[in-house]
Ligand binder design. Sequence first.
Ligand code: FNR
Length: 371
Amino acid sequence: MIESQQLLQPLNYIPADIYFAQDYELLAQGFIPAPSYSYIAGGSGRDQTLAANQAAFSKYPVVPRILRDLIQGNAQISLLGKNYSHPIFLAPVAYQKLAHPQGELDTTRAADATDTCMISSTLSSYSLEEIAKVGAADKWFQLYFQFSREATLDLLKRAESSGYKAIVVTIDTTIRSPSLGALRAQFQMPADCVAVNIQTYEQVTAKHIQHGQSRIFQGVMQEAPTWADLEWLLTQTKLPIFVKGVLHPEDAEKIKSMGCAGIIVSNHGGRSLDGAPASIDCLREIRTAVGNNYPVLFDSGIRSGLDIFKAIALGADAVLIGRLQVYALAVAGALGVAHMLKLLREELELTMAQAGCATIADIRKFNLRTA
Ligand code: FNR
């Protein structure tokens, strides 16, 4: 790992030695202080799920199909009645000033330039209002339930009035195992990196625990959202609501039956329950449970267009990119993120061409084997 005094400044050009989107991962280590890199790259606990996320993709080889006419090929999708030129979205990622002084403003600029749907985190280091003003492309807002319903509602209404087009409720990190990597690197959030959206809301603390009570159940979990909160949230907005962090087909079915717009199959990039299955291994079963026409998005472990192809073949309508966006941001700001997205899209289209798929619908019909 590179010492902080040797840190490189973000580039204002695309580095010459980037051939694949994943190349940003290695390069970013020169641009991000080592403790922050550990926080971003790390998972939870002993990082078992983090490792599984990427390794699991290799279980699904793609058998090439030959001699098909692909001259009309494209990677377009339609979601919530809107057309996108590709199925690659930017996942909500907190505290992007950790990677670049322009943080979320630059990732939004990149999304705007590449027809990419950007999902802005509750824990962004620029406010949701500032982010909403960048560019003209549609944006979605990722909502964490707050300590009080008043605060949750306030966030929701702010997102609505700022023009966000959908809400992504993340439900898988009410409680997290600590990241050993970040602990060992003695990571601390820098003073200038603040979750400005929620700065004025009351935060949950463990102060209410009585002697003999559990720090987990009566402590951290005392204000954890439940199904009743999701029911309530659905009555508070006309915006479509996606639920992010779903791995079990029964939960997926329940979310669908409640009237949510869709689900995001995700284990938070291995940052929640350490020991959870690789996200990609949950996809096929969930797609079967909710049927073919219900919107299912996917993330966790994607590092290439080949991975994206596999996620779509296993049932995803679109995918979210987490860490790669932060790495590209650290290396070259908006330019880096836009370049990384362009590379991912080309890698996806290359795989489509080699697998004989002219459209995303063709990928969904592709019979992906399990090695
Ligand atoms: C995240 N993720 C996340 N998710 C979310 O819903 N709200 C958030 O604020 C954050 N913050 C966040 C910070 C960092 C540093 C990371 C790495 C991730 C999870 C993210 O949306 C996504 O689920 C994973 O990053 C996907 O896995 P990959 O692409 O990073 O492997």
